[in-house]
Design a protein around this ligand. Structure first.
Ligand code: KMT
Ligand code: NI
Length: 180
């Protein structure tokens, strides 16, 4: 089950939890309201009709798998550095964890880093235009499905890129959400 918390300001090992002292947890509801992040729990054991529903409703026409581990990912060290640079995408980042674990860090509306621990069965959807990053945890392994609407574009745009249309749209939609 996904668990999320506000990060401390310690620049030490990115693979550690980086809890604040005392810890401040963030609920899925808060994550949706303050960052537009969506989450679904998927049953990996049975053929999950909920997953098929989500794919159909949201038009996920493309899928593949990513295995992030020293033995499986070409240019492992270099890729990990790229994943952990604060960036955004012009489209949603959709990941379903199959094995292993890791942290997606997202900026909330107050620019706090929220660290989201993902484990098998977690389907996380980061909206287009949200600043975020990814790191493995101390297990050093994650295998996940990647979904996409149409032809996949994985390009990360490193911060700052506030002038991008997707960034402006994201901020606008968050503002609306906060006013609800
Ligand atoms: C990305 O784009 O940050 C990644 O694909 C890495 C995380 S996938 C579990
Ligand atoms: Ni990304």
């Amino acid at each position: 089950m996904v668990s999320a918390w506000l990060m401390d300001n310690d620049s030490g090992d990115q693979r550690l939890e980086h809890h604040r002292s005392p810890p401040v947890f963030v609920s899925l509801d808060d994550l949706s309201k303050t960052a537009g992040v969506e989450y679904f729990k998927v049953n990996l054991e049975s053929l999950d009709t909920e997953l098929e529903d989500i794919k159909r409703k949201r038009g996920y026409s493309y899928e593949d798998e990513i295995n992030i581990s020293r033995d499986h990912l070409p240019n492992y060290e270099e890729k990990l550095k790229i994943f952990f640079q604060e960036h955004l995408h012009t489209d949603e980042e959709i990941r379903l964890v199959l094995e292993g674990s890791g942290y997606f860090d997202v900026r909330d509306h107050e620019e706090n880093w929220v660290r989201i621990l993902v484990t098998p069965g977690d389907l996380l959807i980061l909206p287009a235009g949200i600043y975020h990053r990814f790191t493995l945890d101390t297990n050093n392994f994650i295998r996940a499905k990647r979904y996409f609407v149409g032809e996949p574009v994985w390009t990360p745009h490193n911060r700052p890129c506030d002038e991008m249309e997707c960034r402006k749209n994201y901020l606008e939609s968050m503002k609306k959400k906060m006013e609800e």
